[in-house]
Design a protein around this ligand. Structure first.
Ligand code: S3P
Length: 179
């Protein structure tokens, strides 16, 4: 795998519930690379869950923490990085992430997202308000940013293995060379 060139790393972007963390873990396993979950880094640095950060400090402070975590994470080359659903919505973050590694958008339709997010109590942005309209509204604001990714994989009705397989195939075709 990846003969002829080094594994460049991968950045996964997409909405909450699109499978970034699970697909990221699987890709890291396949490429024998380090997996980094940006949200986990933020929680480790803060010493508390993201939902508490939102409650305590509000969203703008969370976005600052997200930017700081991003800069730290991107200082190590060649990782598989799962971002939080809002990270790639910021233009500065997009520039940083795109210069780090190929960016893959895990695209998921609104119905599948609503199914996967049903019953979620961890994600602060889904609290309050009618969930379907919150998801539709956020999604429509973010999709133009997500579309700036280098490659898009549809995830509806697909397993983690299938999605990871498609991403891995694309990386090998575009980055792998022939050895
Ligand atoms: C957010 C998504 C979450 C987390 C935070 C904000 C968002 O990550 O970063 O709750 O703005 O969409 P996941 O996409 O991993 O759920």
């Amino acid at each position: 795998m990846m003969r002829g060139k080094e594994f460049p790393g991968i950045v996964l972007v997409g909405f909450m519930g699109s499978g970034k963390s699970s697909v990221g873990r699987e890709l890291a396993r396949r490429f024998d690379a380090r997996f980094v979950d940006l949200d986990e880094r933020i929680e480790q640095a803060a010493g508390c869950p993201i939902r508490d950060l939102f409650a305590r400090e509000g969203e703008p402070a969370f976005r600052e923490r997200e930017k700081n975590a991003l800069r730290e994470v991107l200082s190590v080359k060649g990782c598989v990085v799962a971002t939080g659903g809002g990270a790639f919505a910021d233009e500065g973050n997009r520039v940083l992430l795109r210069s780090y590694a190929p960016v893959v958008y895990l695209e998921t339709g609104v119905e599948a997202l609503l199914d996967r997010l049903a019953g979620d109590v961890e994600r602060p942005l889904l609290r309050g308000g009618e969930r379907e309209s919150v998801v539709r509204e956020l999604l429509s604001r973010r999709v133009p940013g997500y579309r700036e990714a280098d490659f898009t994989v549809r995830t509806d009705g697909r397993t983690v293995q299938e999605v990871a397989g498609q991403v891995a195939g694309w990386i090998e075709r575009t980055e792998g060379g022939t050895g």
